[in-house]
Design a protein around this ligand. Structure first.
Ligand code: NAD
Ligand code: MG
Length: 383
């Protein structure tokens, strides 16, 4: 029985993790659940899975949660401090990192320091502080298994291979909802159209990231830290069907890919059962239905976020943290209809140009860069 601490249980990944646990009640036990605002869903999940503790980050909902969970022995904590304490103190074997954004960084770091293995969906943690996280993983002898479908694919292709034999990693990208939209229309794209992803049903932030293709940019940085590959060895290819989840080309020219239907339950289950695999009743790929797989070069002029992410990775230091924080701010303003679609890369580029990079940052330096970029972007919106 693997004991799981599920951080971000009310989101799209969180709910899929709980679906995997429901399918395998003898394999997994939920030890804690956490949410930001959605207290109703958190309470329902807690009543179903009976964890030892829950954390509601928005403190104003703690009273409601107490009421809903009265008569149970579930411990209730709240706030960001409650979240970080839970990551450190609660007795789970594996943290499932399903929080969105850099808010997931500190809980993940505390869980690693406490010697807990990590199944990570929260890519922003690696974008912001990949080097620091890798150092801690080594120091505390902790495994981190990716949940992000492309990285799960790369991870699976790399099992049993040495890094010397890798020629390049090939990340596949669906291209998002605007793959075929003329760039002239980008200035007036609506929130509704950006939230219509062709293949995946995900949280709002990552869905907008897929529309700007920043998601793929963040994934290049994520792959860099997970597999310790330089950016020159990480390529992106557009593959609109999302059946090939990514590929590895080896020095002999041989290419391995991992395939499956676009369903996050598969990479989630793999991260939870690695190095083993278990059966499930999920639908498998019918190649007569998917009898055509297409591939295109990504267009970095049309999707400048891709270029910005590669630039941030080359600049290194605190630049990826600034890229990420400016993106989080811009996407949140776009979702509130306060800025347009093209303002997202504009803001990010402005923040990156204005940032004085710290070449070898500590955790505090990274947090400070994140704070600085958010403040910079708030100033931008005022002007
Ligand atoms: P979501 O918005 O659906 O859910 C986010 C979760 O994080 C919720 O439980 C929410 O309560 C919690 N949360 C949000 N802000 C928080 C804060 N400030 N403090 C504490 N908790 C907070 O997001 P999602 O789509 O499930 O994505 C989660 C992460 O997984 C993201 O990093 C995303 O990039 C990554 N990811 C998602 C998918 C997917 O299919 N949804 C695929 C690959 C990777
Ligand atoms: Mg992905």
């Amino acid at each position: 029985m693997k004991r799981l601490g599920l951080f971000g249980s009310t989101g799209s990944i969180g709910e899929n993790v709980l679906n995997v646990v429901r399918h395998n009640p003898d394999a997994f036990e939920i030890v804690c659940l956490t949410a930001h605002h959605n207290v109703q869903k958190l309470a329902d999940q807690a009543l179903e899975f009976r964890p030892q503790s829950v954390c509601i980050c928005a403190e104003e909902h703690a009273g409601y949660l107490k009421e809903k969970l009265s008569g149970t022995s579930i411990r209730i904590t709240h706030g960001h401090t409650g979240l970080v304490d839970l990551a450190r103190e609660e007795s789970f074997d594996m943290m499932v990192g399903a929080i969105v954004g850099s808010a997931g960084l500190l809980p993940t770091i505390e869980a690693i320091k406490a010697g807990k293995n990590i199944a990570l969906a929260n890519k922003e943690t690696l974008v912001v502080a990949g080097e620091i996280v890798n150092h801690l993983l080594e120091k505390h002898k902790v495994d981190l298994i990716p949940i992000d479908s492309e990285h799960s694919a790369l991870f699976q292709c790399l099992v049993g291979e040495s890094s010397d034999s890798v020629k390049r990693l090939i990340l596949t990208a669906s291209g998002g909802p605007f793959l075929h939209t003329p760039v002239e229309e980008f200035e007036t794209l609506t929130v509704e159209s950006a939230l219509k992803h062709p293949n995946w049903n995900m949280g709002a932030k990552i869905t907008v990231d897929s529309a700007t293709m920043m998601n793929k940019g963040l994934e290049v940085i994520e792959a860099h830290w997970l597999f310790r590959m330089p950016s020159e060895k990480i390529d992106i290819i557009i593959h609109p069907q999302s059946i090939i989840h990514s590929m590895v080309e080896f020095v002999d020219g041989s290419i391995k890919s991992q395939m499956g239907l676009p369903d996050m339950k598969l990479p989630i289950q793999y991260a939870l059962t690695y190095p083993g695999r278990i059966q499930n009743g999920y639908e498998s790929v019918d190649f007569t239905k998917y009898n055509r797989l297409d591939f295109y070069q990504p267009d970095t002029k049309k999707f400048p976020c891709l270029r910005l992410a590669y630039d941030a990775l080359k600049a290194m230091g605190t630049m990826p943290a600034v890229l990420n924080a400016a993106n989080e701010m811009a996407v949140s303003k776009f979702l509130k209809r306060e800025i347009g679609f093209n303002d997202i890369p504009r803001w990010i580029e402005k923040a990156m140009n204005a940032h004085s990079i710290h070449p070898d940052p500590s955790l505090d330096d990274v947090l400070e860069a994140d704070r600085w970029a958010r403040e910079f972007c708030s100033g931008e919106i005022k002007t």
